[in-house]
Design a protein around this ligand. Structure first.
Ligand code: AMP
Ligand code: TRP
Length: 339
């Protein structure tokens, strides 16, 4: 049952590439931890996945996989509403209404756009990639979400969403709740195992870059054992760019064990070298993923399991989205359709 006292939250992940341990500790884990306190909406943001080139043969399967991983990580469909963004047309429609009040300068400033567009040929950078944050704002504002649990890289998009909501409210009257970012204290930014100066990303395809949530234990272990460190042997948290690799492994360890930094540094004070650290990180990663993978396997045996959960989620989410969209249309002055 929906309890009106609970905080409304919304978040989402794109069904592109393979979900990583970074997605887990930066986002999904906090969704699961707090689900009983929240009136929560978690979507698979498939409309965002087409802002860069995508393969139509795998989009549907990936969307189902991401939804299955949400549930396997512990989201309880009785408590949290899980759905696919494109199943609710209100997302696209509100995105257009918001597009028309978004200053171009706000979009050109977005670091994610600058990074992603720099990696593509100028001619293949789409309008969708530029407008990406508007669609994300629509996702959040449609549900009047008060908080948005995401990793550190989404801060700027949340600021954008707040600015846009304020602008709309100012132009057309109070319509949207102004949301806040909810960023975890540990694990909000896991770096690449092969390059600890770059964020771990599911769109990066290098073999030893990321541990995927569905990686088998041997693969996960191999990736962590090969991770880039430095030539020293000092195992401590540090801002020194030289020690970024060790720092990243310690952050991951901290996020998964919940121990304090001091306790972790004490624990590794007697280690013989980075090999010991890597072994322990690999073990905790493997043990964290084991039950998730078992649940995922069971769930994915029959695709109807996930599809049915998504159908229920769509119904619950659509009821709210449609209402907000209606209000936005009315406030903008559209002629109501007569049925
Ligand atoms: P994306 O993979 O870009 O669709 O991100 C989905 C969610 O996972 C967002 O909330 C991100 O902030 C979070 N996330 C992605 N990569 C990382 C990472 N390397 N460390 C922590 N959180 C991450
Ligand atoms: N932009 C987010 C990311 O890449 C994904 C996303 C789309 C999202 N819509 C959202 C996150 C709404 C939170 C809320 O990680």
């Amino acid at each position: 049952m929906v309890n009106p006292q609970r905080k409304r939250v919304l978040s989402g992940i794109q069904p592109s590439g393979n979900l990583t341990i970074g997605n887990y500790v930066g986002a999904i884990r906090q969704w699961v931890e707090h689900q009983s306190e929240f009136d929560a909406y978690y979507c698979v943001v498939d409309l965002h996945a087409i802002t860069v080139e995508h393969d139509p043969k795998i989009l549907a399967e990936k969307s189902r996989e991401v939804a299955g991983i949400y549930i396997a990580c512990g989201l309880d469909p009785a408590q949290s509403t899980v759905f696919v963004q494109s199943h609710i047309p209100a997302h696209s429609e509100l995105a257009w209404l918001l597009t028309c009040i978004t200053p171009l300068g706000w979009l050109n400033r977005m670091t994610q756009f600058k990074d992603k567009s720099a990696k593509q040929e100028a001619n293949s950078v789409s309008n969708g990639l530029l407008s990406y944050p508007v669609l994300m704002a629509a996702d959040i504002l449609l549900y009047q979400a008060q908080a948005v649990p995401v990793g550190d890289d989404q801060r700027q998009h949340l600021e954008f969403t707040r600015d846009l909501a304020q602008r709309f409210n100012h132009m057309f009257g109070e319509t949207f709740t102004i949301p806040e970012a909810m960023i975890p204290l540990a694990g909000a930014r896991i770096m690449g195992l092969d390059d600890p100066t770059a964020k771990m990303s599911k769109s990066e395809t290098a073999q030893y870059h990321a541990v995927y949530i569905l990686d088998d234990p041997d693969t996960a272990r191999k990736k962590i054992m090969r991770s880039v460190t430095d030539s020293g042997r000092d195992i401590r948290f540090s801002d020194d760019p030289e020690k970024a690799g060790v720092n990243n492994l310690l952050n991951l360890y901290q996020a998964l064990t919940g121990q304090s930094r001091e306790a972790i540094e004490d624990h590794f004070a007697t280690a013989r070298g980075y090999g010991d650290l890597k072994k322990e990180v690999a073990e905790i990663v493997i043990e964290t993923l084991r039950p998730i993978q078992a649940r995922y396997k069971e769930l994915a045996e029959d695709s109807r399991n996930i599809d049915e959960l998504l159908a229920q989620g769509t119904m619950r989410a659509a009821a709210i989205a449609t209402q907000t969209l209606q209000q936005a249309r009315e406030n903008m002055g559209f002629l109501p359709a007569h049925s």
